[in-house]
Design a protein around this ligand. Structure first.
Ligand SMILES: [Zn+2]
Ligand SMILES: [Zn+2]
Length: 348
């Protein structure tokens, strides 16, 4: 089969790989939809030859990209319990593999395994391919009401947004400021609005601000045109937002998230990479601030997100502005790299 590999330096290659065969405990999926996630851009943009795996470990040889897999079970290996995987079942993948027995793996937080992990699409073969082999334990059923496209989004970007909102215990009483309206930020806007919260969205892209309003934000601001902290305080009677979420992964975005949260507020960081410098006493201590770090979601968290989206009839497919064939990958990532459009995905 032909599958997509990031070569670094914004280069891609469709390379030939053997069709995967399931070993014991494994399944092979026929991929139907494979999403493009913001964290892919870190690998796409990385210098050639440099490891860009975001602290996730190195790789041997070329790795197939794509960590938002959604498809149907095509082949089941020996020893797989039929309740986990039946041929033809519609599934998503929790895109990590751990040791399987430690305290983190046992509760479905495989990515926190300290014995070494595989991140599919980053350090292990991912879903920008016609077929993908994974342990049956990574499968998450896709509810009938949800499309393969929605399943792909939930497999990282939208699931990450949902996980962050849950970590912050967002309620309908809250005003939340969402910094960055890329795929994760826009999902957070859509889900937080569906949970009844008041959403203030920030992004430098005018296109993304229009979409943020369309997805339920009450206010959508360009942080380059307005002082984001002042603007958020103006919208909250001078108090600051109850909750703030940084999806930008930039030092400025994180600082704005910290400084625009109210006294006793909660800040959540989900954007990957880079750093932030905080003035601890005024920024944190004087406000009794809580900072939450949130890395994606557990296996059951992914299933919960899918259930929420299905039961509330949330139109996650609307996140996607670009649908591509694998052969169009160069153009697909060039468009995504500009960070002004919505989310893209590959349909097989
Ligand atoms: Zn483990
Ligand atoms: Zn991702």
């Amino acid at each position: 089969m032909r599958a997509l590999v990031f070569k670094g330096g914004r280069e891609l290659e469709l390379m030939q790989f053997p069709d995967p065969e399931p070993g014991p405990g494994e399944v092979v999926l026929e991929i139907k939809a494979s999403g493009m996630c913001g964290s892919d851009l870190k690998v796409y943009r990385a210098e050639k030859g440099a490891s860009a795996a975001l602290g996730l470990g190195g790789t041997k040889g070329p790795v197939i990209a794509g960590h938002e897999p959604c498809g149907v079970v095509a082949a089941v290996g020996p020893g797989v319990d039929p309740s986990l995987a039946k041929p033809g079942a519609r599934v998503m993948v929790h895109h990590y593999k751990g040791c399987g027995v430690c305290e983190h793996c046992r509760v479905g937080w495989t990515q926190l395994c300290q014995e070494g992990i595989v991140v599919y699409g980053v350090t292990g073969h991912g879903a920008h391919a016609p077929y993908m082999k994974v342990p049956a334990s990574t499968l998450v059923p896709l509810p009938d009401a949800l499309s393969f496209e929605t399943g792909a989004a939930i497999s990282c970007g939208t699931g990450t947004a949902y996980g962050a909102l849950r970590r912050m215990n967002l309620s309908g009483r809250d005003t939340i400021a969402v910094i960055g309206q890329g795929p994760v930020g826009l999902s957070a806007t859509q889900l937080a609005a569906a949970m009844g919260a008041r959403v203030i969205a920030l992004d430098p892209s005018p296109e993304r601000l229009v979409r943020a309003r369309d997805f339920g934000a009450e206010a959508a601001l360009d942080p380059r045109a307005y002082d984001p902290v002042g603007a958020i305080k103006d919208l909250t009677q001078g108090r600051g937002a109850d909750l703030t979420l940084d999806t930008s992964g930039t030092p400025a975005g994180r600082l704005a998230a910290v400084r625009s949260a109210r006294v006793w507020g909660t800040v959540c960081f989900v954007g990957e990479g880079d750093s932030v410098t905080l003035d601890v006493s005024p920024d944190l201590l004087r406000k009794q601030l809580t900072i939450v770090a949130s890395w994606t979601f557990s296996v059951t968290g992914q299933a919960e997100c899918a259930r929420f989206v299905a039961e509330r009839g949330i139109d996650v497919d609307r996140l996607f502005t670009h649908r591509w064939k694998l052969e169009q990958a160069e153009e697909a990532y060039r468009v995504f790299d500009a960070q002004t459009a919505g989310k893209g995905l590959f349909l097989m």
